[in-house]
Design a binder for this molecule. Structure first.
Ligand SMILES: Nc1ncnc2c1ncn2[C@@H]1O[C@H](COP(=O)(O)OP(=O)(O)OP(=O)(O)O)[C@@H](O)[C@H]1O
Ligand SMILES: [Mg+2]
Length: 463
């Protein structure tokens, strides 16, 4: 379909080449990178911080433990008071300690109702730590040795279940994930809102352009933001300038017609007089013939100038019914013994982007020919698809041979000189149609009956 008839259609808002989709993809990318980065570093930092805290706590506890345990002269171990952290008293709480004097005695926290701590971590006087098997699963175990004068070496070990640390980290990560997901959603929603609101003027511009193209408006209408206003202003100025140029061309074409017609009529008069005189008959005839050719060319060029100049100007449109109805009634008066029928399966409301004067001219030419050569009936058929600019004028006359069809649109061609006419109609009709991206085709009737079918249709894209 030619550009002039391409349907405006709903704007393809989320097409892959749309600004909207691009901005939204950029927002999505940045939000995922930003939120992902925050999530990653926050969980890492938190894990590090919690580990650090556990380690510091255990070091303090093991020092406290070492301060509380006494070795009695008989080699027995006793404590002045329990450790200050009550979790060492709750059975299987995950917090355990153990002190032993090898070969003599081992004492354990009240929380250690079963199992034992691995003493190997306490192998010298500095505090070491390992992950060892504890009473309730893997445990972070701290330990060191201290000499008890006369009693040997006392092994101190203290442990916290690793699961407690992991649980704290998992809890934090879960909560962080929920909050950051909510934040990401809010950011994407904001991006979406900004994109839809921010690009709305472009939609309005697209609608205004569509109205212009469909002929519903003569300029781009509406208020636009400062970024778009200059563009819209320039476009409107361009449209106005174009319209003025076209108007001027039409006026000049009309003036030219008037300027040439009168001298040509005077010349034709003189030529007729010469043709009636015996001595100048030949010269008079030649002048008459040439004058007629000149008149044809003037008429043709004027029709061409006025239609082609007006073609495709923004804001030009005709409703097919409004143009066709008066022409049909004029044709019924002009050819009273012929029947003019209209077949419009989807009504006559279609709007064609063609100047109404040009469209009327085009349809009059086709209907006048059909009326002149038909025997009984002329049928006008509109396309079944409402928005398709397609129309056929079908008559039941003698029709034309393929060879005649090939030449019928040439200037001054007439195959039936018994019928009045100048042989310009089809040439002008084809010119007007071409200027609006329409194709005029003549063909024998599709149903095989005698007659001619003149069809107007949209040129394929790029044609
Ligand atoms: N519907 C038709 N049936 C048969 N012949 C046709 C039909 N339409 C056109 N023709 C033939 O094609 C020729 C050219 O048509 P065209 O409309 O250009 O000129 P015209 O009708 O003779 O003159 P004009 O339209 O300028 O008054 C006609 O003279 C006629 O011989
Ligand atoms: Mg004609």
């Amino acid at each position: 379909m030619s550009a002039a008839f391409a349907p405006a259609g709903p704007a393809r808002r989320w097409h892959w080449r749309s600004l909207r989709l691009r901005i939204l993809l950029a927002v999505l990318l940045w939000v995922s990178l930003g939120i992902g980065g925050i999530w990653f570093s926050a969980t890492r930092l938190f894990a590090k911080h919690v580990e650090q805290q556990y380690h510091e706590e255990l070091e303090v506890h093991i020092k406290e433990l070492a301060g509380l345990v006494r070795v009695a002269p008989d080699g027995r171990l006793r404590m002045d008071r329990p450790l200050s952290d009550p979790r060492y008293l709750v059975p299987l709480s995950g917090y355990y300690w153990q002190v032993s004097l090898p070969g003599r005695e081992t004492i354990r926290s009240a929380s250690m109702t079963r199992g034992r701590l691995d003493q190997s971590v306490a192998h010298d006087s500095t505090i070491h730590h390992h992950i060892e098997d504890g009473p309730t699963g893997p445990a972070i175990t701290y330990g060191f040795l201290r000499d008890a004068p006369g009693a040997g070496q006392v092994h101190y070990a203290i442990a916290t279940d690793e699961r407690l640390l992991d649980e704290a980290i998992t809890r934090f990560t879960r909560e962080l994930t929920v909050w950051l997901s909510a934040l990401a959603l809010a950011l994407v929603a904001t991006g979406l809102a900004v994109v839809s609101v921010g690009l709305r003027p472009l939609d309005r511009l697209a609608r205004a352009t569509a109205r212009l193209r469909a002929g519903a408006a003569a300029r781009l209408e509406g208020d636009y933001p400062t970024e778009l206003a200059p563009l819209v202003g320039d476009l409107n100025a361009f449209i106005d300038h174009n319209r003025q140029t076209v108007e001027r061309a039409r006026v000049e074409a009309g003036n030219l017609a008037h300027a040439l017609r009168t001298p040509l009529a005077v010349m034709t008069d003189e030529a007729e007089r010469l043709a009636h005189r015996e001595t100048t008959r030949n010269a008079g005839r030649i002048l008459l013939e040439q004058g007629q050719v000149m008149a044809q060319h003037i008429e043709y060029q004027l029709a061409r100038a006025s239609s082609a100049a007006g073609a495709r100007g923004p804001g030009t449109a005709s409703q097919i019914g409004e143009v066709l109805t008066p022409i049909l009634s004029a044709m019924r008066r002009l050819h009273p013994d012929r029947e003019f029928l209209l077949r419009a399966p989807t009504g006559t409301g279609a709007v064609w982007p063609v100047d109404p004067v040009d469209l009327a001219e085009l349809l009059s030419i086709l209907l006048d020919n059909a009326g002149k050569w038909s025997r009984h009936q002329v049928r006008v058929e509109l396309a079944a698809e409402p928005d398709l600019p397609e129309l056929a004028v079908i008559d039941d006359g003698p029709g034309l041979t393929p060879d005649q069809i090939a030449r019928a649109c040439d200037i001054g061609t007439r195959f039936d000189t018994a019928m009045p006419g100048s042989g310009l109609g089809l040439a002008i009709a084809r010119e007007i149609a071409g200027a609006y991206g329409l194709r005029l085709t003549l063909s024998p009737r599709a149903d095989g009956a005698s007659g001619l079918e003149a069809r107007l249709s949209a040129l394929p894209d790029g044609a």
